[in-house]
Design a protein around this ligand. Structure first.
Ligand SMILES: Nc1nc2c(c(=O)[nH]1)N[C@H]1C(S)=C(S)[C@@H](COP(=O)(O)OP(=O)(O)OC[C@H]3O[C@@H](n4cnc5c(=O)[nH]c(N)nc54)[C@H](O)[C@@H]3O)O[C@H]1N2
Ligand SMILES: Nc1nc2c(c(=O)[nH]1)N[C@H]1C(S)=C(S)[C@@H](COP(=O)(O)OP(=O)(O)OC[C@H]3O[C@@H](n4cnc5c(=O)[nH]c(N)nc54)[C@H](O)[C@@H]3O)O[C@H]1N2
Ligand code: SF4
Ligand SMILES: [Mo]
Length: 689
């Protein structure tokens, strides 16, 4: 028997852990630790430990599929490409839209972005960052001039006070959670704010339980208390920021007194006071946040509030401080860096900036030009346009996303997808979205790929090919290149390897300019910005100045606004949604991993015991959850860990899909949907019938 280890990076979360794939007789059969990486030092969470299980699952897509008379039939690549190119040529540029993928490599996202803008010449390209950290990208760009996690993962253990809000770090970024344990061992105080007492919260020194959607009020209250006690960092405010007056004017309003914030949020005033004191007086304090902050109609407001409190207390630019926006998907940072967004090329170079536009048009050399220098539609807006203005968008090319389970308000998504004239889905498994496709293209997964991905701490790390792909499946970038060639653009897609693509990326992207495969091929890899071949990379951002032209951090006065839909007599509870440790999003991979699936094999709705008692609902009883968008049958999980008046559902399970219920209301700037708060009622099934 032949056996080897191939070191690679985890395909699940943005922490970016490394491990070895165990390869026996040219087939991936297991995972073994790889100790030399500074990120996880050989340790892994369950998803990493079982990341080989879906790779050779019999359900892997192995051949292109074309829908004929409502049924998928296997087709050759030639047939699939012929149909695709014929169709693409029928549509006008802006009738087409592309979804790129945070599951795919930087190289593949770059290829998709170039394909959308150069081959289809459409402005409409986006990906699931829209559902995730769009608020972070917009919020931090406006406050600091750059929309990324400011510090590095290892740095968290050096903090003296860790404030975790809207992040279930232990379950969703377990190897970042480990840094919290180390920080605590080093004497840090841990504050946890969340409507649910999660495993992360159970380790905290101070737990603030609150009603979903009251984050801005909480931050303003904490800042008022810090200012009243003179705990702000006056030097930092004077030297490094602007518009402090605007912040002060807002947060000093009587509505943000601790007593009033206590009424809005449900957190006792004394606990808020303790939190303000710990944050205000700590030698270094970091904030960790994720979807609890971003997935709101006030997502950008929430992110600006996080930035406000860190600037107010001077907790930026040093070890143990920072605004640590924990990016979710393995390569969502990279997909954004690669310009898989409707407003930028790579490295956040704006499409509407004349010089940037010219730079890309010239560098790519499409003889008939590229998409217009205008912003395109976001994923959520694409779905609205499809559903509400039939005929404007007609064709969609989706790589590695499953909106038919992950987007808000699934009846709305279904209506949108049904209005498409032509849909291509490129995935590793058949998905709920692919069922609606005209053509399904089988792609390779991470274990079959070379390439790079960029983790939440902006560390650009390698994927290394460990086995041949199953059946006739192909690399995502190869599929894109082959379609482009058949559309007449072979010259613009000359690449023979992922490395060729990376070389092109480095040429057009200042923050990646100093990187190449030789430099990245070492355990610590490189953090962007890395502007030159002799630059060591940048683990901590904003050390001396912020990324705005004047170098100053921008304060915003942020007024508190309630969620778009609040409880009323008909729908009396707040529904919030999220994840669990064992499953990944729409479950395509984890539900095909025996050891993960058996831990949480179906969904549930968390209900506080007092609410359950009043409704006559027992633990494990199947109940009906109903919102203005739809209803689902789902088992109740009665637990004191969730706040009274709030209910929680994971969104992984198609048989009780949380997104049938969620609200498609969007943040006006980031266009992120309000996954974290809508109004719900629950009924006993017998009574509903
Ligand atoms: N096991 C696993 N890990 C994952 C993923 C997965 O699917 N499975 N997905 C990855 C991805 S893409 C992402 S983006 C991250 C997400 O990581 P997290 O954001 O940590 O995960 P969520 O469960 O979406 O939400 C976090 C917390 O927000 C709380 N919350 C609910 N409403 C509010 C509110 O109004 N305000 C605040 N402050 N908090 C609220 C929820 O109770 C929940 O505990 O996880 C990544 N890691
Ligand atoms: N209610 C609710 N809904 C949510 C959220 C929430 O908190 N609550 N969170 C939102 C967030 S933060 C996110 S990030 C989104 C995630 O939403 P999605 O990105 O739609 O979810 P995934 O299940 O990760 O889908 C990724 C797809 O890529 C495929 N895939 C994996 N590897 C490859 C590859 O190498 N190549 C190709 N071509 N395909 C591949 C997988 O099989 C899967 O079908 O969900 C959002 N939806
Ligand atoms: S923490 Fe994230 S990157 Fe690390 S093993 Fe778990 S899922 Fe993979
Ligand atoms: Mo995400």
């Amino acid at each position: 028997m032949q056996m080897k280890y191939v070191q690679t990076t985890c395909p699940y979360c943005g922490t970016g852990c490394s491990f070895n794939l165990v390869v026996e007789n040219n087939r991936v059969t297991g995972i073994a630790p790889y100790q030399r990486t500074p990120v996880n030092q050989g340790k892994l969470c369950p998803k990493g430990i079982y990341a080989h299980e879906f790779v050779n699952h019999p359900d892997r897509l192995k051949s292109p599929l074309i829908k004929k008379n409502g049924k998928f039939v296997e087709a050759s690549w030639d047939e699939a490409y012929d149909l695709i190119t014929k169709k693409f040529k029928q549509y006008k540029p802006d009738e087409c839209a592309c979804l790129s993928s945070a599951r795919c490599s930087n190289e593949e996202n770059y290829a998709m972005m170039k394909f959308a803008r150069g081959v289809l010449k459409t402005r409409h390209v986006d990906h699931c960052a829209r559902l995730c950290h769009a608020s972070t990208v917009a919020g931090l760009a406006s406050t600091f001039g750059s929309g990324a996690m400011t510090n590095s993962i290892g740095d968290i253990s050096q903090s003296k006070c860790c404030f975790i809000i809207g992040s279930n770090t232990f379950e969703q970024h377990p190897l970042i959670g480990r840094q919290l344990v180390l920080a605590k061992k080093n004497g840090a105080k841990i504050i946890y704010a969340d409507p649910r007492l999660t495993p992360t919260g159970k380790q905290a020194d101070l737990y603030l339980q609150f009603r979903s959607g009251s984050d801005v009020a909480i931050f303003n209250g904490l800042m008022q208390e810090i200012l009243k006690n003179g705990w702000e960092d006056k030097e930092f405010i004077k030297n490094r920021t602007k518009d402090f007056d605007k912040l002060k004017e807002e947060v000093m309003k009587p509505e943000y007194s601790l007593d009033n914030v206590s009424k809005i949020s449900g957190i006792p005033a004394a606990k808020l006071r303790t939190a303000a004191e710990w944050i205000g007086k700590a030698e270094s304090a970091c904030i960790l946040y994720s979807m609890g902050i971003t997935q709101h109609t006030t997502g950008v407001d929430n992110v600006r509030s996080v930035a406000n409190i860190q600037m107010l207390t001077g907790n930026l630019g040093r070890p143990g401080t920072g605004v640590n926006a924990l990016r979710g998907q393995n390569n969502v940072q990279g997909a954004c860096d690669m310009g898989a967004l409707p407003v930028v090329f790579t490295g956040y170079q704006k499409v509407i900036d004349e010089a940037a536009y010219k730079k890309f048009a010239d560098a790519w050399g499409f003889p008939d030009g590229i998409s217009a220098p205008q912003n395109g539609y976001e994923v959520t807006v694409m779905m609205d346009v499809l559903a509400d203005k039939p005929g404007e968008l007609k064709c969609m090319y989706i790589m590695g996303e499953n909106p038919m389970l992950s987007d808000p308000d699934l009846h709305h998504v279904e209506k949108a997808l049904k209005n498409l004239g032509f849909l291509i889905v490129q995935d590793i498994f058949m998905t709920e979205t692919a069922e609606f496709a005209d053509v399904v293209l089988p792609a390779c997964c991470y274990a079959e790929k070379d390439g790079t991905q960029t983790s939440t701490e902006r560390r650009v790390q390698m994927w290394r090919k460990a086995q041949e792909p199953p059946g006739n499946s192909k690399l995502d970038w190869v599929i894109i290149k082959e379609i482009a060639s058949r559309m007449g653009y072979a010259k613009q897609f000359p690449w023979n390897s992922a490395e060729d693509i990376f070389t092109e990326i480095a040429k057009v992207t200042p923050s990646y300019a100093g990187m190449n495969y030789t430099r990245l091929n070492r355990p610590e890899a490189l953090h962007w910005p890395c502007p030159a071949p002799d630059h060591a990379g940048t683990p901590i951002l904003h050390k001396e100045k912020f990324a705005h032209p004047d170098g100053l951090g921008q304060f915003f006065g942020v007024p508190y606004k309630p969620p778009a839909e609040v409880p009323d007599t008909e729908y009396p509870f707040v529904l919030t949604t999220g994840r669990c440790l064992w499953q990944w999003h729409t479950g395509t991979m984890t539900r095909r991993s025996e050891n993960l699936e058996e831990e949480e094999p179906t969904g549930w709705i968390e209900i506080n015991p007092e609410d359950a008692k009043a409704l006559g609902i027992k633990d494990k009883e199947k109940i009906l959850a109903v919102t203005r968008r739809g209803k689902v049958e789902v088992p109740a999980r009665v637990t004191p860990d969730i706040m009274k008046g709030v209910m929680f559902m994971p969104f992984h399970y198609k048989e009780c899909a949380a997104n049938t219920l969620t609200n498609n209301a969007l943040d006006p700037i980031a266009k992120i949907p309000e996954f974290k708060a809508c109004a719900v009622k629950v009924q006993k099934i017998a009574e509903a019938k």
